[in-house]
Ligand binder design. Structure first.
Ligand code: SF4
Ligand code: FES
Length: 251
């Protein structure tokens, strides 16, 4: 049984949206931009950064809610850019600028929203802004569950269990890839007896597997084993790099 589409209004425009659509998705489908930091289309909504707030009027009452976590309902009247919302977002972005002044994503947000960066130093730290993208990517996409939020209050931080030498971290680097600020650091050390991937931020080292064909280290062994145990992988996935596997297929 197909459910009827919902009639809503966004910034005075009457539009329709499928049931189950979030306000953020409905706005984007209609070309209406809403600033976001913690939302990613491949991940479940989380509602951490609160930049995506909108005003929703329904049954004569008006409330502010995060558009990434709120599903549309029939008759909602949504405003995405009121003076009240701009004021709250400005405060949020100013806090982010204090927290991570060296993060281009934060400075770009401030510039796009016309918020002066004040005396914050662009060469300052690109710290963690607690968006949770790394934690959710590690759990929902990679399936490693190596990261979580630890401690409370001002000391809250993302960490691996016991803050070092994680057995759960497989060194895939997805967290570093998705992190919007560049806070997560990793590098490979190749010129030593046992080449390693060092996840600096998680204080974790992982042995790199050498390709049986060309002898070059290509991926953490733990990552290869993790993917082999969970997903269909091509033949030779554990032993050979992608390039050698492709060449081997051709010959
Ligand atoms: S480390 Fe990066 S991705 Fe993870 S919560 Fe902090 S800012 Fe977000
Ligand atoms: S994008 Fe909605 S709370 Fe961050």
């Amino acid at each position: 049984m197909t459910m009827a589409v919902h009639d809503i209004s966004i910034n005075g425009r009457k539009v329709q949206a499928q049931p189950g659509t979030t306000i953020l998705e409905a706005a984007r489908e209609n070309g209406i931009a809403i600033p976001t930091l913690c939302s990613h289309e491949a991940l479940a909504p989380y509602g951490a950064c609160r930049l995506c707030i909108v005003e929703v009027t329904q049954n004569s009452s008006c409330r502010i809610t995060t558009s990434c976590t709120t599903e549309i309902q029939q008759g909602m009247v949504i405003r995405t850019d009121t003076a009240r919302l701009r004021s709250i977002r400005t405060t949020l972005v100013q806090l982010l600028l204090e927290q991570a002044p060296g993060a281009p994503v934060v400075r770009d947000l401030a510039r796009d929203m016309g918020i002066p960066a004040g005396t914050t130093d662009p060469s300052g730290p690109a710290s963690c802004i607690m968006c949770g993208l790394c934690v959710r990517t590690c759990a929902e996409i990679v399936g490693a569950h190596a990261l979580s939020f630890a401690r409370k209050g001002a000391k809250r931080e993302v960490a691996v269990p016991f803050f070092r030498d994680s057995r759960e971290c497989i060194g895939c680097g997805a967290c570093a890839f998705v992190c919007p600020t560049g806070f997560i650091k990793m590098h490979d050390v190749l010129d030593c007896g046992q080449p390693e991937r060092i996840m600096e931020t998680w204080k974790t080292r992982l042995a790199l597997q050498a390709c049986v064909a060309d002898g070059l280290p290509f991926a953490p062994r733990a990552m290869l084993e993790h993917f082999v145990s969970r997903y269909p992988t091509p033949e030779g996935f554990l032993e050979s790099c992608a390039q050698c596997r492709r060449q081997n297929k051709k010959t």
